[in-house]
Design a protein around this ligand. Structure first.
Ligand code: CA
Length: 230
């Protein structure tokens, strides 16, 4: 499947770099320099699968454009990843309020960008804190605390569930044991790092019942990655 991505970025160097990176991943890319051009492009072309939208644009800014698109029945299904510069914490929050599906802080690695684009498209443009995360035939229902794989309910303990939730919301990124402890158990918990290995082992065992254990990769000397790309 070839995905169409619209990039809205006024800085030529960044736009060109994004276009190059995405094309290398076999995505179809079209770049425009401001919101007005983006609206014109959307009106004249088939809907893109995703919009990469810079927040700081001259004229109508990224957040205003996102708000406009998300209010428009024609465009509201198109997922938007908002690009922000480092330190614009408040803007990130505004970005989420405006209906952007995800945001990324510049600078970011090409690999991370591609992974996030694919993850957002897979989620079908749902909110960044969705009640349900689905990747392929794996559906994680956060409210019900339930994991379904291949239409079967998976027996899973609360810790492994939280670990799975973290992995499914952060695919294709490497996390150290310490980072996983912070994210899954919370910073205040006093737990040894090898506890992470124990729970990873248990989660792999559960996933092995569905031939999914290979999704959790060990990154030697660093930690783990939940890999849905390869
Ligand atoms: Ca800009």
């Amino acid at each position: 499947m070839s995905l169409n991505i619209l990039i809205v970025e006024d800085e030529d160097a960044i736009r060109e770099m994004l276009i190059m990176v995405l094309k290398q991943s076999n995505l179809q890319v079209f770049g425009v320099v401001n919101a007005e051009e983006a609206l014109k492009f959307l009106a004249d072309n088939p809907l893109p699968d995703l919009i990469l939208l810079d927040w700081m644009l001259p004229g109508i800014n990224g957040i205003q454009l996102a708000q406009r698109l998300k209010k428009d029945e024609l465009y509201q299904q198109v997922p938007i990843i908002l690009l922000t510069a480092r330190g614009e914490e408040e803007d990130k929050i505004k970005g989420l309020d405006c209906g952007a599906d995800d945001y990324m802080t510049k600078p970011f690695s090409p690999r991370e960008l591609i992974a996030r684009i694919k993850a957002v498209i897979r989620r079908g443009g749902k909110n960044i804190n969705p009640q349900q995360i689905s990747i392929g035939d794996m559906i994680l229902d956060i409210a019900q605390h339930r994991l379904n794989i291949d239409n079967q309910i998976v027996e899973i303990s609360p810790t492994e569930f939280r670990l799975m939730q973290f992995f499914m919301s952060h695919p294709d990124k490497v996390y150290s044991r310490t980072q996983l402890l912070d994210q899954v158990w919370g910073r205040s918990a006093y737990i040894e790092e090898r506890t992470v290995d124990v729970h990873i082992r248990r989660l792999r065992k559960i996933l092995a019942n569905y031939q999914k254990d290979q999704l959790i990769k060990t990154v030697r000397g660093f930690g783990y990655r939940f890999s849905i790309l390869d």
